[in-house]
Structure formats: C-alpha cells, structure tokens
Ligand binder design. Structure first.
Ligand SMILES: Nc1nc2c(ncn2[C@@H]2O[C@H](COP(=O)(O)OP(=O)(O)OP(=O)(O)O)[C@@H](O)[C@H]2O)c(=O)[nH]1
Ligand SMILES: [Mg+2]
Length: 292
C-alpha cells in the first residue's frame, strides 16, 4: 500500500527531525513525502536533502497548502497522511492512523486530547477547539472529539470524492463536514501532542471566527431548512407578538391606535414567511439536484 505524507511548512526549524521520524516510522511501507512550502528560511532545502519532494506554494494559507499538495500525489498512492511540520505531532503515530484504513475505514483523525503533553496546547486553544468540535458534532452528527487535529489519514479514493476549497484554517473542519456529507466512514485514534518548536503561523482568534462562519455557511448550503426555518420562525414570532398587542387593544376598546405596531407586525410576519418559503424552496431544489 503506497502512502503519501503531505506536510505544509512555513519556516519550521523542526522539519528535519519531523522528516527523519516520518521516514523511520514508515520504513516498512512504500512512501513519498510532499512538503508544501512557503518559507523564507532554509526549511525547503533541508527537507529536500532528506528526500522529501518540495513544492513551492504560490497561494497562501494552510488549506491552500494541502489543496496544492494533494494535486502532486502520485497516481499509484492509496493512502494520504497529513501532519504539521512543527514537531507537535509524532510521526510514529502514523501507523496507528493507517490501521483503521487497513480495516476498511475511509478517514481517520488523530485525537490529541488522548495523549496531550502539558503545555502543548493553551487552555484558550483547548476551549476553542472543544467549542468548534461541539458545533460540528451538533450540526453534522459526526462523533469526534478533536475537530481541529492536523494529523489525519484518508483513503486516496475517498480524498478524491471531497471538494475541498477552504484556503485557510477552516480547511480542517471542511474536510470533516465534506467527508460526512459524502458518506465516508470516519474514526478517531488516540495520538500524542507536543509543544511546538518555532513560531506559530496561525492566529487562533481570527481562525476560530472564520471556522464558525464556514461551519454555519455549510449548514446553509447542505441543509437549508435547518438554517432558514429558525430565522423565519423568529421573524414570525416577533411579528405575532406585536400583532397580538394590536388585537388585544382592538378587542378591549374597539379601536386601533397602535398603527406602527400593526404595520411592523405585518412586515415581520411577511418577511418570516418569505424566509421560511425560501428555505423550503432551497431544500426542494437541493433534493432534486441530489437525485440526479
Ligand atoms: N505552506 C504553508 N504552510 C502553512 C501555512 N500556514 C501554516 N502552515 C504550516 O501548517 C502547519 C500548521 O500551522 P501552525 O502554525 O503549526 O498552526 P497551529 O498548529 O494551529 O498552531 P500551533 O498550535 O501554534 O502549532 C505548520 O507546519 C505550518 O508551518 C501556509 O499558509 N502555507
Ligand atoms: Mg502546529
């Protein structure tokens, strides 16, 4: 079984140690290592010296790096493993990720919370990760504990089924959501997680926000009823609330003085109905597209 290991790098001082461990951990397999690099230091030179194929990334972003790297995987490769080049993931965990794939699973995610070193992840990042993971579990019903883990393995044929587009950090969530949508089998295995060597390249707060937006946007695209119906109902409920005050006044006094409330109520209810019908229509269109 040929394995492609893809690693994105920007100025990673630990790249030599990571690569040595990757080659040693997978010495019994037929492998290729693809480094997708955007460094200004010696990282690509050192990676090439150790036998990795180095691709210079012309675009920007963590997701863009992987999308670029995936285009360079050999035709005969059957499994793709990914990890960061910053020493945080232990390449000796890769065989544990390959095991479920041998057993028929399509997509395996390393769960860092299982064997995490103290200080490897800040409390803030751990909390953010837990919240993002809870959101994906709730919205997409995927049973995972570490949605932002960067160490994964996926069957090549399954990877070809995904339509990955996120150029930045939401890529990690997009891969899981897309995998769930196309019906891949997903499982998690415990992995270790260590403190980073070198500077972080990502901004956790900005990334967390963009991951939330992407997760919600995909609900809109994949499941419009779940997205639009609650919004429509909220408009209708507020409209009914205002309308009720007008009706109560009319039944008590026989006159209507609250014209503003009456107009607002009608507008809100009409808007709510429009949004609701839009959701239903989008759902019908999507169902018919899927049937094709
Ligand atoms: N080629 C390329 N690599 C990137 C880009 N952004 C991040 N990386 C690499 O992707 C991996 C993950 O980035 P990190 O900076 O470690 O992000 P992180 O793991 O969320 O942050 P830490 O917890 O601080 O490690 C590292 O190997 C980076 O060098 C990018 O735009 N292009
Ligand atoms: Mg990292």
């Amino acid at each position: 079984m040929k394995i492609s290991v893809v690693i994105p790098t920007i100025n990673e001082p630990a790249i030599e140690s990571v690569l040595r461990d990757v080659f040693d951990a997978l010495k019994d397999h037929d492998i290729e290592v693809i480094i997708v690099d955007k460094s200004t230091d010696e990282t690509p030179v050192r990676a090439a010296e150790l036998g990795a194929t180095v691709i210079h990334q012309t675009g920007t972003g963590y997701g863009d790096a992987y999308i670029t790297g995936f285009k360079h995987i050999s035709k005969d490769s059957e499994v793709v493993a990914i990890l960061d080049g910053d020493y945080t993931y232990d390449p000796y965990d890769i065989p544990a990720l390959l095991q479920p794939i041998n057993d028929g699973v399509d997509f395996v995610i390393g769960n860092r919370f299982a064997l995490m070193d103290k200080e490897a992840m800040s409390k803030r990042n751990a909390l953010g990760n837990k919240l993002l993971t809870a959101m994906i579990r709730y919205l997409y019903h995927v049973q995972i504990t570490d949605s932002q883990s960067g160490m994964r393995a996926i069957r090549r044929s399954a990877l070809d089924d995904l339509r990955l587009q996120s150029p930045h950090m939401p890529f990690a969530s997009e891969m899981i959501i897309d995998a769930q949508k196309v019906g891949l089998t997903i499982t998690e295995v415990p992995i270790s997680y260590r403190k980073r060597v070198g500077e972080a390249k990502l901004d956790p707060f900005r990334d967390a926000l963009s991951i939330v937006f992407m997760t919600v946007r995909l609900v809109r695209d994949y499941n419009p009823i779940v997205f639009f119906l609650p919004i429509g109902f909220i408009f209708i409920l507020i409209g009914l609330f205002y309308g009720a005050s007008v009706v109560i006044e009319y039944t008590n006094t026989g006159v209507v003085t609250r014209f503003a409330a009456a107009i607002l109520s009608v507008l809100l209810i009409m808007t709510g109905l429009q949004v609701t019908f839009f959701g239903l229509l989008a759902d019908i269109i999507l169902t018919n597209l899927r049937r094709r």
